[in-house]
Each structure stands twice: as C-alpha cells, then as structure tokens.
Design a protein around this ligand. Sequence first.
Ligand SMILES: CC(C)(COP(=O)(O)OP(=O)(O)OC[C@H]1O[C@@H](n2cnc3c(N)ncnc32)[C@H](O)[C@@H]1OP(=O)(O)O)[C@@H](O)C(=O)NCCC(=O)NCCS
Length: 172
Amino acid sequence: MLKASDVEGHAARARSGEEAASAPGPVEFVQGSPADLEDVLTIERLSFAAPWSPQFFLQELADRHSYLFLARLPGELRPVGFICFWLLGPDVHILNIAIHPGFRRRGIGRGLLDFALEYGRARGARQALLEVRRSNDPAIALYEHLGFRLTRVRRAYYMPEQEDALEMRLEF
Ligand SMILES: CC(C)(COP(=O)(O)OP(=O)(O)OC[C@H]1O[C@@H](n2cnc3c(N)ncnc32)[C@H](O)[C@@H]1OP(=O)(O)O)[C@@H](O)C(=O)NCCC(=O)NCCS
C-alpha cells in the first residue's frame, strides 16, 4: 500500500536536490483502467464505511458515460485519489471521490474535482450534480468551496442508517 512517508521521502529528497529531475510538481490526472482497480479499492476502503465493491467499479469502467480519473503525484505510479463521474448531456454527475487519508488537505481533492468539472464543461456540460451524506463535513466543505449549493434534502436516503442526503448543484 502507498504510504504517506513514501511520497514525503521523495519530496524531501527532491528538495535536497537528489532527485532534481523528478522533483514533485503538479499532481497529474490520468484516466483509470481495470489495471488500477486494486489501488482504487485500497483508497475506497480507507475512505468509506460502506465501500463500493470491485464489481461496482468494473461496471462503471465498462459504461461509456462513466469516467474514472486518478490523481497521481509526479514520479509515482500509484494514485493518491480518484474521482468517478458520469457525463450525461448537460450534466456532470459526481458519483464518487476519495483521497488517500495520508494525502488529504493538500488541495488534491479540489484539483481532482476541478479537473472533472472542466472535463465536463469542455464537452458541453452546463451543470454538475451530486449527493452527499449530511454528516460528511469535509466533502460538503470541499463542494461549497468550489461553488456547489444545496438544492434538496432527501430524507433517509442512505440505508440502513437512514441518513439524509444533500443534493448539491453547480451551474457553469
Ligand atoms: C472529501 C475529500 C475528497 C477532500 O479531499 P482533500 O484532498 O482532503 O481536500 P482538499 O485538500 O482539496 O480541500 C479543499 C477544500 O475543501 C475543504 N475541506 C476539505 N477537507 C476538509 C476538512 N476535513 N474539514 C474542513 N474543510 C475541508 C476546505 O475548504 C479545503 O480548502 P482549504 O484546505 O484551503 O481550507 C476527502 O476528505 C476524502 O477523501 N474523504 C473521504 C471520502 C469522501 O467522503 N468522499 C466524498 C463522498 S460524497
């Protein structure tokens, strides 16, 4: 499993000039494939109490309206985060986003979400939609940070715990 210390070690060596040629730069966003499934599942399982199954990811990978993008640090093969979204006519529908717990609060989630929004906008989308658990303060803060606004509360949407879902929307 990718450890925060692996990348932090890389960053420290780069700062000292040892790895000047591969010094960390901007995070890269690359399209995911079935070969990335294990790494994506690791992040998924570290991020959610009820994680998506491998079959669920494979189903999305096979759907032509569905996109899986990974966030990778320069020089690293393993992703530190992913986003899955549908592009359906005028809508970007965000289905899932997660950042490895060792790499949160570094702007990677914002970068990945921004990338997905731009990807949709460039292909004719006019708005982005998502649902989020009412208790998920970090995700709600991220979405609000990018301009998403609450449109509807769906009572007891998440079962079996009957947690409310907040529907949020961003118009481009
Ligand atoms: C939600 C999540 C993707 C955010 O990823 P991240 O890379 O840590 O977020 P960023 O560093 O890009 O944060 C961007 C902004 O979002 C907000 N934010 C993110 N995490 C936050 C937290 N824990 N508390 C408060 N605000 C937070 C802040 O406004 C932040 O900007 P700032 O750091 O300048 O204050 C990450 O916490 C995660 O993977 N959570 C588990 C999976 C999950 O719940 N996904 C959402 C499902 S709907």
